[in-house]
Write a protein that binds this ligand. Structure first.
Ligand code: UDP
Length: 328
């Protein structure tokens, strides 16, 4: 297939590009490079620098390229930032997706795989979360992802655009050859921040909150390896290619790790004492988020293959090889 990847220079998008090329897809990338890294995009992909909100630019790309399917990673994705600057999120994420769907309808492109989020669910008491759980987002980021999913539902009814929305839990790790991985500026995610300690970039890790309603008081998350996540996207593309209906799937591992367990696992992988301090809670953090992936298993034939040690090991290899990220 000729696949258009929106946000293909970002952490998740760049891994998709690499794996899609390996599976003999032709790949066209759009990225505005506000947070993405050009160096992360495989050379065999055709690259357009531009913004999905720019209708003229989008028309130009769709006119030039013969697109079969779109994979949409182009969005702002920081919960904290979304609370401080919600309109940026509605503009970039929601308005951006309006332009994407309009352009797809105009050029008769009928398949889209969409990067959604566990943030669409909000807070729930009972784990694991299935796709049947109510979606009550607790921050603008989650709200925009839910609105994007809903727009796709109606674009299917009106224009026959079929979508697969993939609700990610906590994505981490790097490619198996350690060539691409996580490089956010500033970094906010737990695993890359923990690894900054053995890298010598910070002297300790601060764990946000130790009075949550969990077995050790720290938050519990469900971590999924980037290459497992990408595998689900490729399976979702085949699912759409086979003419199946629009649907929504969770991507997680059904296994929760507390923040303290992550630090402990990182000590084992890196052989570093990894000093830790306890800090204040971070606003908006739910106690526990763990996914059921039974639907993705039954329908897409997908299962995660990397456990938490493998996830941290792959991230550690990437950061050791690229201590300054993509800057060097
Ligand atoms: N966290 C932490 N210290 C940090 C960064 C994150 O204790 O320096 C915690 C955060 O409060 C949450 C968990 O690690 O409980 C996972 O956070 P992350 O930002 O990686 O992912 P999120 O679950 O917010 O998508």
């Amino acid at each position: 297939m000729n696949v258009l990847v929106l946000g293909g220079a970002g952490y998740i998008g760049s891994h998709f590009v690499k794996q899609a090329l390996k599976q003999s897809h032709d790949v066209v990338v759009i990225d505005n490079l506000l947070t993405g890294h050009k160096q992360a995009v495989a050379k065999q992909a055709k690259f357009y620098q531009g913004d999905i909100r720019d209708k003229n630019f989008m028309n130009r790309v769709f006119q030039t390229e013969n697109i079969d399917a779109v994979v949409h990673f182009a969005a702002s994705s920081l919960v904290g930032e979304s609370i401080k600057d919600p309109l940026k999120y509605f503009d970039n994420n929601v308005y951006g997706t309006i332009v994407v769907l309009e352009t797809m309808a105009k050029y008769n492109v009928k398949k889209i795989v969409f990067s959604s989020s566990a943030a669409t669910y909000g807070k729930h008491e009972t784990m694991p979360i299935t796709e049947e759980y109510p979606t009550i987002p607790t921050n603008p980021y989650g709200e925009t992802k839910l609105m994007m999913e809903q727009m796709m539902k109606w674009a299917d009814l009106a224009h026959g655009i079929k979508h697969v929305s993939l609700r990610y839990f906590n994505v981490a790790g790097a490619s198996s050859d350690a060539s691409i991985g996580e490089d956010h500026r500033p970094e906010t995610h737990l695993i890359p921040i923990v690894l900054q300690v053995p890298l010598g970039k910070r002297d300790h890790i601060t764990i946000f909150g130790d009075d949550y309603n969990t077995f050790d008081g720290t938050c519990i998350r469900d971590y999924i390896h980037i290459e497992d996540l990408i595998d689900a996207h490729l399976k979702a593309l085949s699912y759409l290619e086979q003419g199946n209906d629009s649907d929504v799937f969770n991507l997680g591992s059904e296994t929760g790790y507390s923040n303290l367990q992550i630090v402990k696992a990182a000590r084992e992988v890196t052989n570093h004492p990894l000093p830790m301090e306890k800090g204040e809670r971070r606003p908006g953090d739910p106690d526990k988020l763990v996914a059921s992936y039974q639907k993705a298993k039954a329908v897409l034939g997908w299962e995660p293959k990397h456990n938490i040690s493998k996830i941290i090991e792959s991230a550690w290899k990437f950061h050791q090889k690229h201590p300054h990220g993509y800057e060097e």
